[in-house]
Design a binder for this molecule. Structure first.
Ligand SMILES: Cc1cc2nc3c(=O)[nH]c(=O)nc-3n(C[C@H](O)[C@H](O)[C@H](O)COP(=O)(O)OP(=O)(O)OC[C@H]3O[C@@H](n4cnc5c(N)ncnc54)[C@H](O)[C@@H]3O)c2cc1C
Length: 558
């Protein structure tokens, strides 16, 4: 059977775009299939108000092209979604990538054909395409999930998931809006919606530690400076464990005096970005006492910013320490709860019972435990159903900021069949196992960019390394006349032992989150598992680099 292409790539986000560019440089024929109607991936789909980077913009962009670095100008230190999408479009046009991308088509199945030594994929319109190599660039956060709540589909107002946001402008003026979810996306959404909504009800299941983003526009002087220093900036990212410009402080939180510790944390709290998370004392995320002290510092900050003490206490996380879940960055988020038009509903006290055409029903709050916050709103919108002891939060608009089936969701959504009909979803049923997040035994010629058990961090830094690693492997196979490449079981065992070892001692292991594979909105994701690689990007590059330099001894090639 003649194959249609040498390479098929699924996804036209940052990973897929760069992968296409590199495959073309190798002189291989390629086609990208993308479910969305344009490039950009995350930045195409997540159009909710307030969506923006938590990475410094100038550390997020691709670093591979000096020309693109000089031609593109970020306007803000933490760039908003419309600019991020424009950036992806700019790169796609600059490298003339669109002519090899098929938009508006979701890949439904992928099957290995041993006789043809290639992959056949089926698109949503039923048409098949085949290629020698299949590269998945489907994103670690690309499959949105809705909460499993009775009646979720019955709401008669406008309901939206933040990752499936309408392309037309959405106005909140004069509307009673509900937001479900207070993770990184929820926080960005809430602080924006609160500016114009007539009333905002925030449904919070898990309070998160949030730190100031401190975004600002990039001045002309800064622009010049950034452009002159790109080499230095990316070198700093290379030297940091997570690929950010932030590096941990080499001191223990416990070896300095209480005054010094407090002064250091005040300084970090007053600086932009993830410095307070990635650039904290070295043991804040591993040592219980250090973490408790840091959590106490953050709790005091929340208390100082939220006027109503009862509301402040609800916003302070009780079930996890600082930094053990993905840290949302905020801009006057806590002050939102001082506004008379905003009400916080703590779902741990009063869980959602169902969603109706009119809004969200929760268990009724005992009147004595109600804070003063939003009392008027309760009076206006609330009603009590004596039989069910429910409180109805009547809404015109309901926003689900309920996140993603993270890390492996896109793989589970696609029926991938390898050697002898083995199914990837079944192989991963006890937990995903891969080599570097890029290869799997039993799935020859399938390369994953940013697959499970690979690196994350400041993601474009990982994407560039992953794409280049895959491209080097393609070159090696081509130069050696190999048409079949697959990981040995031993190489995966070795990598997974390292993944396991890197996770030892992290306080985040003791917390339910997508980083430990827990998502109660998805069937079968209620147990904590080893869900991700938590070693540093340097450790990753060392291992993956040595593996390649050693002639790919852990791969079977023919
Ligand atoms: C709101 C939000 C904010 C973020 N902020 C940051 C940040 O500040 N810093 C950072 O480092 N990272 C951030 N991220 C992570 C972000 O996902 C990465 O930075 C990066 O954009 C990932 O690029 P990607 O190409 O790997 O995946 P994606 O951008 O997710 O692209 C994957 C593409 O594959 C397509 N696809 C998937 N399955 C199929 C299929 N079966 N058929 C066809 N097409 C398919 C999807 O439609 C999507 O377009 C953020 C993520 C979100 C959701």
């Amino acid at each position: 059977m003649a194959l249609d292409y040498e390479v098929l790539i699924i996804g036209a986000g940052l990973s897929g775009l760069y992968q296409l560019h590199r495959v073309r440089e190798l002189g291989l024929s390629a086609q990208v299939i993308e479910a969305g109607n344009d490039v950009g991936g995350t930045w195409y789909w997540n159009r909710y108000p307030g969506a923006r980077f938590d990475s410094e913009s100038w550390s997020y962009g691709y670093s591979f092209s000096p020309e693109i670095l000089q031609e593109w100008e970020w306007s803000e230190h933490f760039s908003p979604q419309p600019d991020n999408l424009r950036y992806c479009q700019f790169v796609a046009d600059r490298l003339d990538l669109r002519r090899d991308i098929r938009f508006g088509q979701r890949v439904k199945t992928a099957r290995w054909d041993e006789a043809a030594r290639g992959w056949t994929i089926t698109l949503q319109d039923g048409s098949p395409l085949s290629a020698r190599f299949l590269i998945t660039a489907m994103g670690a956060l690309s499959v949105p999930t809705l909460p499993r709540i009775e009646g979720v589909e019955t709401f008669s107002g406008q309901a939206m998931h933040t990752a499936h946001w309408p392309h037309e402008p959405v106005s909140f003026e004069g509307k009673r809006v509900g937001v479900v979810g207070t993770g990184a996306t929820g926080v960005q959404t809430i602080q924006e919606v609160a500016k114009t909504a007539a009333h905002l009800t925030v449904f919070q299941r898990t309070a998160n530690w949030c730190a100031p983003l401190l975004n600002a526009r990039i001045t002309e002087d800064e622009q010049r400076d950034i452009k002159a220093r790109y080499g230095e900036i990316y070198e700093r990212c290379r030297q940091s464990p997570g690929g950010f410009i932030h590096v941990p402080d080499p001191r223990s939180a416990l070896e300095v005096s209480a005054e010094e510790r407090e002064a250091f944390w005040e300084q970090r709290y007053g600086e932009p970005g993830f410095g307070i998370w990635m650039g904290n004392f070295k043991d804040v995320l591993t040592h219980r006492e250090a973490n408790a002290l840091m959590s106490d510092f953050m709790a005091r900050k929340i208390r100082s910013r939220v006027k109503d003490p009862k509301v402040a206490e609800r916003l302070i996380p009780r079930n996890h320490g600082f930094g053990t879940r993905r840290l949302p960055l905020e801009t006057r988020y806590y002050e939102v709860y001082n506004q008379p038009n905003v009400r916080l509903v703590d779902l741990r006290e009063t869980p959602i019972t169902r969603i109706t055409s009119q809004g969200v029903c929760t268990a009724a709050e005992p009147s004595e435990s109600r804070s003063g916050q939003g009392q008027a709103a309760v009076g206006a919108y609330g009603s009590q159903d004596g039989a069910r002891h429910e409180q109805v939060h009547e809404l015109d608009m309901l926003i689900f900021a309920t996140g993603f089936d993270a890390l492996r969701g896109a793989y589970d959504a696609l029926a991938i069949e390898g050697e002898g009909g083995c199914k990837l979803k079944e192989q991963w049923s006890p937990g995903a196992r891969t080599l570097f997040g890029m290869l799997n035994p039993g799935f020859p010629n399938l390369f994953m960019v940013m697959g499970p058990m690979g690196t994350l961090g400041n993601i474009p830094r990982s994407i560039e390394y992953n794409v280049e690693w895959v491209s080097d492997l393609l070159r090696y196979a081509r130069d050696h006349g190999h048409t079949r490449v697959q990981a040995s079981a031993q190489s995966v065992d070795d990598w997974m032992a390292h993944v396991q070892q890197c996770s030892v001692g992290l306080l985040s292991n003791e917390v339910d989150s997508w980083m430990t594979g827990v998502n109660t909105n998805v069937e079968g994701r209620s147990q904590r598992v080893l869900a991700r690689y938590s070693g540093s990007l340097q450790q990753f590059r060392e291992r993956a680099g040595a593996f390649a330099a050693g002639g790919y001894a852990g791969l079977q090639m023919s």
